[in-house]
Design a protein around this ligand. Structure first.
Ligand SMILES: Nc1ncnc2c1ncn2[C@@H]1O[C@H](COP(=O)(O)OP(=O)(O)OP(=O)(O)O)[C@@H](O)[C@H]1O
Ligand SMILES: [Zn+2]
Ligand SMILES: [Zn+2]
Length: 842
């Protein structure tokens, strides 16, 4: 008998390897690499994924258990995704099962059994259908599969595999074709959505005849029948809509049904979250000269169907989206599919509309605001070959396409591409790997590329990958980038203005009100109230060793560095200027909104932040209101900075540009530059010229200066120098190791132990040493120090940061030492988490 190697879903580390299982004869044809199966494990039955198959005579191996069930007709994972999972487990030091689970929609993670029923597509299969090359050699009708399913209504996987052990290929084919459909068990709330439809039960001619027979009392029935006759070409229609249009009751329908004129059916529908919304069809725009050059270059690679990574650096409004659309078209024309990754908060209906408008229902949308059921439907559309394009947040990188030709990562610099829970993967890096595996092209697009990507493109140093740099320095519509004024808020205070609005921003807001133009106001809330700043001179307490700001800890009333552990008492007066106006910096959107109300009576403000956008669809509602000019000001957090393209926005105001600068994060300057550039890019995108007012307490900071002159290159040059001097990415890579335990003394000992072991091993391997040295292979360790969140849910936390570069296996080392420590102490309470290439050092 054949053997399947299975990764089982058992949450302990010792099971993080494939286990062998016999494949029973009856399941032989059903099991593929990527199949989800139920297998006996110890005394239980657990879920697992088949990662490889071995044929041969293994029947005699004692103790080898057999696979019990196949859980889905079509394997939810492809061999390609299984391979990607393998790579992820090494790259991110995570368990293989957690990498594989991350690729599936939540609906598939449950234990619910899949049921098979008849689909909407009828009859036998057309062998000439090119999209389905795996035409089975047996006729489903002859085998009696359709009959069997029809007779039983819904059948379980088990019934089907047991009754038709030989028909695996045929059944899978029928499923891909839509003759059969797979769903969750009825108990499962996320089951497929049913829709009642109405249609004629008799032909049109007889229906017309019937019309004469209605008495005055049944005028409503007559009306319904007339309507259906008129609509004959597009029947069946959703019952609910018919009821609404005709304003008739369910009783009328019932009566007509009893007369045998009409038929009510229940059909299963994909819950298309964008159904009922009109997407304006859009045609490809004639490209500008700049766009054309970029497009031609990428198209060449798409045509060759080879792997290449492009870094598309295009200023805000340069028309990157149009490039994406035309490249996708090119790829789809060749019968290959495309994935577009968009940061969660930029995945607005406006964004989706641009893709649906071009590619219609061939677009599947995947993001977290969809319900579990909706996400499952979108995912099935992809797996069953009914979609050619997937647009989605982070996890869409795992869209189960069979023949992926292009992956686009829009706003590639966004830190939300990094998943903060296990597996802690970065979708951009996974995208590059997936494309490499499958011979696909990648476009990383941004107006402010991450330093990692940009450095890789310029220096061709392939820490992650080496992209080809493509640039679009001007806006597609030919207009200028907006003029940016930086206002020094220290001067405002000096001159007696204690308001959160500078005089300049105040005047500019008034002007927009008068001209009936719109304003976007950004409040950068990231990092508020964690740092201490002097409002008189702008002084911010920083670490003498690390060149990053210190974080205020209220319990101990001191300031601490989260990298090296340096601590000092919190100052009562400013050590720079002696002022008492030194305090934690904090202001919320709500306060800004109140202030606007006081200063500008009658101003219509839409506030968009986590509080006002939790409800489903609220994000969209607010943006539509703004687009329809129902408001003068759109006030919000980071959410307002991305992707918006509104013609009447001529002013962008940034309330405090510095707040993110002072986070204990070596990327603070980069993130500030990116945010300012992005939000400034919302102004004056169409006919009207734009203006930006940036309020700052540190206007001399290079991130603010360069953002105000739209000078990405100068910013990068300066920032790279800092990174190089302090040994931060892209000049090395980081691994953040966090240890946690309920007892502080135990944790301290273990954290010390971990650090010593890393250093010892690295020394043995001749890796250890300062990154200052010229050698290409080097590893350094910072810490252990208390984590920025030193106690979480009753557990103490300590962290080490491993800095490394070169071809050494630092990730393997970090993991090996962690596992050895776990094994030696046998303390179940100890937890060690490894974050490779962390985005947040917290
Ligand atoms: N070739 C073209 N001809 C005419 N208009 C174009 C063309 N390309 C893009 N545009 C228009 O220019 C505007 C900006 O384009 P788009 O939003 O794609 O830019 P972007 O580079 O994605 O910007 P951002 O990074 O700011 O989101 C849009 O209104 C778009 O419709
Ligand atoms: Zn001061
Ligand atoms: Zn420090």
């Amino acid at each position: 008998m054949d053997i399947a190697k299975v990764i089982v879903d058992v949450p302990v580390r010792s099971t993080d390897r494939p286990f062998d299982y016999l494949i029973p004869e009856s399941l032989k044809l059903w099991i593929e690499v990527g199949s989800r199966v139920a297998v006996p494990f110890g005394h239980r039955t657990v879920q697992g994924f088949v990662v490889s198959l071995e044929s041969g005579d293994h029947g005699t191996i004692p103790g080898l258990k057999a696979i019990q069930e196949v859980l889905d007709l079509l394997p939810p994972l492809s061999p390609e995704l299984v391979e990607l999972g393998d790579w992820m487990s090494q790259r991110y030091a995570c368990r293989r099962i957690s990498a594989l689970q991350a690729m599936l929609p939540t609906a598939l993670k449950g234990k619910a059994e899949r049921l098979i029923s008849l689909g909407e597509v009828e009859g036998t299969i057309a062998p000439e259908d090119e999209l389905f090359p795996m035409f089975p050699n047996s006729d489903p009708e002859e085998l009696g599969i359709t009959d069997f399913v029809r007779r039983n209504g819904e059948v379980s996987m088990k019934q089907l595999t047991r009754n038709f052990p030989e028909a695996a290929e045929t059944v899978k084919f029928m499923l891909r074709r839509g003759v059969l459909v797979e769903s969750q068990s009825i108990k499962d709330k996320m089951g497929k959505k049913k829709l009642k439809t109405v249609e004629l039960a008799i032909d049109v001619a007889s229906a017309r005849e019937m019309l004469g027979s209605f008495s005055g009392r049944s005028a409503r029935q007559k009306e319904l029948l007339t309507f259906l006759i008129e609509m004959e070409a597009i029947l069946p229609l959703p019952l609910k809509e018919v009821l609404a249009v005709l304003q008739i009751s369910a009783g009328t329908v019932k009566a007509l049904e009893e007369k045998g004129c009409i038929e009510i059916n229940e059909v299963e529908v994909y819950r298309d979250p964008y159904r009922g919304r009109d997407f304006k069809p859009s045609l490809p725009l004639p490209l500008t000269v700049e766009q054309e050059a970029v497009y031609a270059r990428i198209a060449r690679t798409v045509d060759e169907q080879s792997h290449e990574v492009f870094l598309l650096h295009g200023v805000t409004g340069s028309g990157k989206t149009e490039i994406y659309l035309q490249c996708i078209q090119r790829c789809v024309n060749q019968g290959r599919q495309a994935v577009v990754l968009v940061p969660e908060i930029a995945l607005t209906p406006q964004m989706v509309e641009r893709f649906k408008g071009r590619f219609g229902s061939g677009v599947a949308v995947m993001h977290s605001r969809l319900s579990v059921g909706e996400r499952y439907d979108e995912w099935r559309k992809i797996r069953e070959g009914k979609a050619m394009v997937a647009v989605g947040a982070r996890s869409a990188v795992f869209a189960p396409f069979a023949n992926l030709g292009l992956i686009i990562v829009d706003e590639e610099h966004e830190s939300s591409y990094k998943q903060e829970e296990n597996p802690k993967y970065h979708a951009r890096d996974v995208a590059v790997r997936r494309a490499e595996q499958g011979g696909a092209a990648v476009i990383l697009g941004s107006a402010t590329p991450s330093l990692e990507s940009y450095h890789a493109a310029r220096a061709q140093s392939d820490i992650h990958f080496s992209p080809v740099l493509l640039e679009m320095p001007s806006r597609a519509l030919g207009n200028e980038l907006p003029k940016v004024h930086v206002v020094d808020m220290r001067d405002e205070l000096k001159e007696g203005n204690r308001s959160m609005f500078s005089r300049r921003l105040h005047a500019a807001l008034l002007e927009r009100l008068e001209r009936k133009e719109q304003t976007v106001l950004l409040l950068n809330r990231r990092g508020f109230s964690t740092f201490v700043m002097c409002r008189s001179c702008g002084f911010v307490a920083g670490c003498p060793e690390c060149d990053i700001s210190l974080t205020y800890h209220s319990r101990s009333d001191n300031l601490r560095c989260h990298y090296c552990g340096h601590a000092e008492p919190a100052p009562k007066v400013c050590p720079e200027c002696g002022s008492e106006h030194i305090r934690f910096f904090g202001t919320g959107t709500q306060r800004v909104e109140e202030e606007l109300g006081k200063l500008f009576p009658g101003m219509r403000v839409i506030r968009m932040d986590v509080d006002t956008t939790t409800e489903k669809g609220s994000h969209e509602k607010l943006l539509n209101l703004f687009r329809d000019k129902k408001a003068d000001v759109l006030l919000g957090t980071q959410m307002v900075a991305k992707g918006l393209d509104f013609p009447d926005v001529t002013l962008v105001g940034v309330i405090t540009a510095d707040s993110a600068l002072n986070l204990p994060d070596f990327r603070a300057a980069e993130k500030t530059f990116q945010l300012l550039t992005q939000v400034a890019g919302r102004a004056g995108r169409h006919q009207l010229p734009g203006e930006v007012v940036v309020q700052s307490y540190t206007p001399e900071h290079y991130s603010i200066i360069h953002a105000s002159t739209h000078d990405y290159n100068s910013f990068v040059r300066e920032e790279l120098q800092h990174r190089k001097g302090l040994h931060y990415p892209p000049y090395c890579r980081l691994i953040l190791v966090t240890l946690s335990h309920e007892q502080l003394p135990v944790l301290l000992r273990m954290a010390e132990n971990y650090a010593l072991n890393i250093q010892g091993k690295a020394r043995q391997l001749r890796w250890y040493g300062s990154l200052d040295k010229l050698s290409t292979d080097a590893l350094d360790l910072l810490g252990p120090v208390a984590s920025p969140m030193p106690r979480l849910k009753g557990r103490y936390r300590f962290q080490c940061i491993i800095k490394w570069r070169g071809s050494i296996d630092a990730i393997g080392l970090a993991r090996e030492v962690a596992e050895a420590l776990e094994d030696s102490v046998r303390d179940k309470d100890l937890q060690i988490s490894i974050d490779v290439d962390p985005q947040m050092l917290m």
